[in-house]
Design a protein around this ligand. Structure first.
Ligand code: PEP
Ligand code: MG
Length: 755
């Protein structure tokens, strides 16, 4: 077998390629020149470039050595032949005797029968295969490791040319994704219903590298050194800022591992090698990332996978430092579909609401706060679509079907037409709901149900008139706090609350005091890090430990109310003593307002959330001290089932309509029936018609929900005989089934309840 012949090395090759790429001629001519240069430099008789076309077909676009007539005629499917095999596995393949390889597929039109050995590498962009670059030799020869690496580097530079849009129609080659060129349907979980058509806008923008080949490698080495130093410093600051030093728990361990990776000599060494081969520092980082992604495909061990993800994250950071900032900010399209791995509620609020049409996440659960905020914005939300980020790029057209948990990527005309028709039909349905606006939410057997809005943004309040809601059952005061960069002082807060009261006019507004902590963080408030934040230092726990914050908020509310009716609710109360303490602060503030000669509210109602199960066994003591109670089923259920409300892996595990939850509500409504204390349900379940139906059947008469739910829930209530359902539910209270959902759906169907 022949040995690898000497050749002139990667650096020279890259330089020559750079000149070709920057030169004159069409993209196709430059590609033809490129393969000629590669063949010459790598001492190969053949060099060919195959580009991915629609339908996952690899098409020969340029060749030096094969029959020129084969260009644009030779095509193979991903997985077919050696070229297809390289694309399918996204990894290089070197064979000294191609003919004896089990996957060899002979294409007579190429005239390749005289070539025995082959080295091919995938052309990758963003971890996706967009083509294959291959060299062939007549002799049976072993390709050296160095040659494989060089061809990979060259393929990376070529990726830029392939995705420039000049080679293939951009409609086909967007993002250079094998998947990007074909329409695709992906399944996810419905986090908020609705239908939207729009263009993808990535939450975390990919960094675009424009310069691949280095002018001066020594300079690139220096740039890398500086960027690494800046990254280390930033990571150290991050660790220090969160006080994650000794004894910082699991998070500290993770951060420490992260830092160790950042210092990983292997990783940094590989980047240096890539710079030495002639790449710019950015291109070198990307080159190493490409290898990593290829490895990731093979890894099944979850721990290793996590660590490789850490490295991905570090790569993004390092690129950011190399580019001296957060990269280019993409302009958001007019009809934007935001796609993210996961997101916090405040991050969502940073976007221009008028342009935001839907949210799609790889993770997420229905009761996560980002989903709640998205619901307030009335946009469809899909969650738990693993791998979606690998398959879309900015500007891709997508249809988000929040009702059926489906995402259509680059849909064909039929799907688009269908979606447009459905959007029109929905608008009609909305108009029908709007027509119910002035009708009472009264059941067939004459039971009145109060339907109120959950709000937190001023745009929510605009929905009051449109929906005919009876008031604001839950005003989440933390939301206006979350969208600010500094802590709002008393006059600022008072102004917010005053506007809310003004818009609500004579309808009641229930202000919930700050519920921060958990996944609701404020950029200007360091609440420390809890191992289990949902059960950690949050809501009233912070309010009582930092009474100045609570005091200021109550003062602002009293000020805003003037002589109007004021309703204040405390979140996450776990024991009556906490309510007593909070109430004392409120009484003090009322007294102070009176002493100052301020106008006092004409009526003050005080209530608590019921989110912590412990409160259920203190009801008599609690009820005698409050005017109303509001069940936060989102938190309540996570505590009842010991099941994190934000965990996508658990979100299907326990059902809201399980016998345990039903019995909880039955007991609650019976225990409070005679007390005069109103009980509202304001968690997400209250806004889903089937769940709302069950709650009415269990005796609840007050529900609070997002604006989009009022119409459907009212239509349901007006078609329901509440007492009949109560009897039915009583009958099934001891059901051994995990959920009564199917049973309740059947009930609705059989009794003509509009669900
Ligand atoms: C709840 O827990 O159900 C609730 C309404 O509060 P939040 O979702 O804001 O925690
Ligand atoms: Mg809650």
């Amino acid at each position: 077998m022949a040995q690898a012949p000497a050749w002139s090395g990667a650096r020279l090759l890259l330089r020559r390629l750079r000149d070709v790429m920057a030169g004159q001629g069409s993209a196709e001519e430059r590609l033809a020149q490129t393969v000629r240069v590669i063949a010459g430099e790598m001492v190969a008789e053949v060099c060919s470039a195959y580009i991915m076309r629609a339908g996952e077909l690899l098409e020969l676009f340029a060749t030096e050595g094969l029959n020129p007539e084969a260009i644009h005629n030779t095509r193979m499917r991903v997985g077919e032949g050696l070229i297809g095999d390289i694309a399918a596995h996204a990894r290089p393949l070197a064979v000294s005797d191609a003919w004896s390889h089990p996957n060899f597929s002979y294409k007579p039109e190429t005239g390749e029968d005289i070539y025995r050995s082959l080295l091919g590498v995938p052309i990758l962009k963003g971890g996706r295969v967009i083509g294959v670059l291959a060299v062939q030799n007549k002799a049976e020869r072993a390709y050296a490791e160095e040659e494989v690496e060089t061809l990979e580097t060259v393929a990376m530079v070529l990726a830029e040319l392939v995705t420039s849009g000049d080679l293939v129609d951009p409609g086909e080659s967007i993002a250079g994704d094998t998947n990007a060129i074909v329409p695709r349907r992906m399944e996810g979980v419905r986090l908020n219903p609705g239908l939207a058509i729009g263009k993808v806008h990535l939450h975390q923008q990919r960094i675009v590298i424009t310069r691949m080949v280095a002018e001066n490698p020594a300079e690139e080495e220096e740039r890398l050194r500086e960027a690494i130093a800046a990254m280390h410093a930033q990571l150290d600051d991050l660790i220090a800022a969160h006080d994650l030093g000794a004894g910082g728990g699991e998070l500290a361990d993770v951060m420490e591992t992260y830092r160790l990776f950042a210092q990983d000599r292997g990783w940094i060494g590989r980047i240096r090698e890539a710079i030495n081969s002639g790449l710019t520092a950015e291109a070198a980082v990307q080159r190493v990332q490409n290898d990593m992604r290829a490895r990731m495909r093979e890894v099944t061990d979850p721990y290793l996978k996590e660590r490789l993800l850490d490295l991905e994250d570090l790569t993004a950071r390092l690129l950011m430092h190399l580019q001296g900032g957060f990269g280019q900010q993409m302009e958001m399209p007019e009809e934007a579909i935001l796609v993210a791995r996961a997101m916090g509620p405040a991050e969502l609020l940073d976007y221009d609401r008028r342009k935001l049409k839907a949210l799609v996440m790889e993770e997420g659960s229905a009761t996560s706060h980002v989903a709640i905020v998205a619901r307030a914005l009335d946009i469809p939300v899909l969650g738990r679509i693993p791998g979606v980020l690998d398959r879309v790029d900015n500007g891709d057209t997508v249809v988000v079907d929040g009702d059926n948990g489906q995402l259509f990527l680059r849909p064909g005309a039929d799907v688009l037409d269908g979606a447009r028709a459905s959007i029109e039909a929905r608008a009609l349905l909305r108009a029908q709901y709007a027509a119910l606006r002035h009708l009472p939410a009264q059941t067939l057997d004459g039971q009145s149900v109060k339907l109120q809005l959950n709000a937190g943004l001023l745009i929510d309040l605009g929905n009051m008139a449109e929906t005919g809601a009876d008031g604001i059952g839950l005003y989440r005061t933390e939301i206006p706090f979350m969208v600010r960069s500094a802590y709002p002082d008393v006059p600022t807060q008072a102004e917010i609350y005053r506007r809310v009261l003004e818009i609500a006019d004579d309808k009641p507004v229930t202000f919930r005091t700050l519920d921060i902590g958990g996944d609701k963080t404020l950029p200007y408030f360091d609440g420390g890090v809890d191992e289990n934040p949902a059960m950690g230092w949050r809501a009233i726990r912070i309010g009582l430990d930092r009474p100045a914050m609570l005091r200021q908020q109550l003062r602002a509310m009293i000020l805003a109310a003037g002589d109007r009716h004021l309703r204040i609710m405390f979140p996450m109360i776990a024991e009556v003593a906490e309510l007593v303490d909070a109430r004392r602060i409120l009484d003090d503030e009322m007294q102070l307002a009176q002493d100052r000669g301020q106008t006092l509210p004409n009526r003050l109602d005080v209530g608590t959330m019921l989110e912590v199960p412990a409160l259920m066994w203190q009801l008599p003591a609690l009820i005698s001290r409050i005017d109303f109670l509001s069940v936060g089923s989102n938190d309540l259920l996570q505590f009842l089932f010991a099941c994190d409300r934000g965990s996508p892996r658990l979100s299907d595990r326990y059902d809201t309509l399980s016998p345990a939850v039903m019995n909880f509500f039955r007991d609650l409504s019976r225990s409070t029936a005679e007390s005069g204390c109103t009980v509202t349900v304001c968690g997400e379940m209250a806004g889903r018609p089937l769940e709302a139906m069950a709650l009415i059947g269990l005796g609840l008469r007050s529900l609070s929900m997002s604006a989009g739910s009022i119409g459907p829930v009212k239509a349901m209530a007006r078609s329901l005989d509440a007492h009949r359902l109560t009897t039915f539910l009583d009958h099934h209270s001891q059901s051994p089934n995990r959920s009564l959902r199917t049973l309740l759906k059947g009930y609705a169907r059989d009794h003509g309840v509009v669900i």
